[in-house]
Ligand binder design. Structure first.
Ligand SMILES: c1cc2nc(N[C@H]3CCCNC3)c3c(n2n1)NCC3
Length: 327
C-alpha cells in the first residue's frame, strides 16, 4: 500500500520525539489548507507562539517539507522552525512548526481594506515587490511554487509595516533551469519528446502568470478571469484564461497607471515561453522605483465586487496544459 512505499529520507535533521514534548498545541485553527490544517502552538521553554501544520506522511508531503525548509532561509518565505515525524490518529504524520504569521492572509487584508479605507497603487506596488522577491528566491534555486494566491501570502503582524511572506509548498516542484541544459544525459535528442524539452521550464512561467492575477486583484479587488455563474471554474472561464481574454473595465481602472496595466499584460502573456521571467519583472519601473515613481492615487476598491473574490480551497482547477499552446 502507499504507506509501505519507500519514502525519500529527509536531507536534514527531523525530530522523532512527540511534538507535545516541546510544544503545547493550541486548539485554535489558524487556517485550513489544501492538504492540512494550521494550528497555533507554543514552545514550552522559549515561550514562543508558533504555527503548526499537520500533514500525513507521504512522498508528496516530504517533497513539500523539503522544499519549504530549503526555501525558508529567505526573508520573504515563512520560516520553518522544526519538523517532527510523529504518529497521529494512527497515521504517520509530519508536523511542520513555523513562525506564526500573526497578520493573517493577504486575502483577508484586501477584503478588510475594501470596506475600510482606500488601498493605494503605491501600497500594491510594495506588496507586489515582496511577493516577486520571494518568487525570485525560489526561481533562483530552481523551485517553482505553482500555487501562488492571496491565501498563501501572510503578514507577520497587523501593523502597517508588517512583512509579507509566502507559505504552502504543497504544489512546489524542483524544475530544471529555464535555459534547458541540453548537455544533461537525461535524454537523447533524437528521441526526446516535446513536453520533456518544454514542460519543466514552464513551471516557473506559471508562477509569473499567477503574479499577474494577484497584481490585477490588488489593484481592483476582483480577479481578471472568473466564471459567470458561481462555479469555481467553467468552460467559458477556461477559454478566457487560455486565450488571455480579460479586460481593464474603465470604471475601475481609469485611475490606475499605464505602467501597472502594461506589467499585468506582460505577466498575463498566454504563451509561457513569451512570458517574462522573474528577473525581468523585478527590473520593471513600476516595481523597482515604486518608492518615488508609482502614483499614490487612492483606489476605491469596488466594494460590491469584493464578493466575487472567493477562496478556492480544495478545488482542483483545471489548468490549461502547455501543449495546447504548442498546437
Ligand atoms: C504560519 C503559517 C500559517 N498559515 C496560515 N494559514 C494557511 C492556511 C492554508 C492556506 N494558506 C495559509 C496562517 C498563519 N500561518 N503562520 N497565520 C494565520 C493563518
Amino acid at each position: 500500500s502507499a504507506s509501505t512505499v519507500a519514502l525519500i529520507p529527509f536531507p536534514f535533521e527531523t525530530k522523532l520525539n512527540a511534538v507535545t514534548d516541546d510544544y503545547e498545541v493550541g486548539n485554535e485553527a489558524l487556517g485550513v489548507g489544501v492538504n492540512g490544517k494550521v494550528l497555533t502552538c507554543f514552545h514550552r521553554q522559549r515561550v514562543q507562539k508558533c504555527a503548526l501544520k499537520i500533514i500525513r506522511d507521504s512522498a508528496k508531503a516530504r517533497q513539500e517539507v523539503i522544499l519549504h525548509k530549503k526555501a525558508s532561509t529567505y526573508p520573504n518565505i515563512v520560516r520553518v522552525l522544526d519538523i517532527y515525524e510523529n504518529e497521529h490518529s494512527d497515521h504517520r504524520c509530519l508536523f511542520i512548526v513555523m513562525e506564526c504569521m500573526e497578520g493573517g492572509e493577504l486575502f483577508d487584508r484586501i477584503k478588510d481594506i475594501g470596506h475600510e479605507n482606500s488601498f493605494s497603487e503605491h501600497q500594491a506596488a510594495g506588496i507586489m515587490r515582496s511577493i516577486c522577491k520571494a518568487v525570485s528566491h525560489l526561481h533562483s534555486m530552481n523551485v517553482a511554487h505553482r500555487d501562488l494566491k492571496l491565501e498563501n501570502l501572510l503578514f507577520t503582524s497587523n501593523e502597517e509595516d508588517a512583512e509579507l511572506k509566502l507559505t504552502d509548498f504543497g504544489f512546489a516542484k524542483e524544475c530544471s533551469d529555464s535555459t534547458k541544459d541540453l548537455t544533461t544525459p537525461c535524454y537523447s535528442p533524437y528521441y526526446v519528446a516535446p513536453e520533456v524539452l518544454s514542460k519543466s521550464s514552464y513551471d516557473k512561467a506559471c508562477d509569473i502568470w499567477s503574479l499577474g492575477v494577484i497584481m490585477y486583484i490588488l489593484l481592483c479587488g476582483y480577479p481578471p478571469f472568473c466564471s459567470n455563474h458561481s462555479l469555481p471554474i467553467s468552460p467559458g472561464m477556461e477559454t478566457k484564461i487560455c486565450t488571455g481574454d480579460y479586460q481593464f473595465p474603465e470604471e475601475d481602472w481609469y485611475m490606475v497607471s499605464d505602467e501597472a496595466k502594461n506589467l499585468i499584460q506582460a505577466m498575463l502573456t498566454v504563451e509561457p515561453e513569451k512570458r517574462p521571467n522573474i528577473e525581468t519583472i523585478l527590473k520593471n519601473s513600476w516595481l523597482s522605483e515604486f518608492t518615488t515613481h508609482v502614483p499614490k492615487t487612492p483606489l476605491d476598491t469596488p466594494r460590491v465586487l469584493m464578493d466575487k473574490l472567493q477562496k478556492w480551497d480544495n478545488v482542483e482547477t483545471s489548468i490549461c496544459e502547455t501543449n495546447k499552446y504548442n498546437g
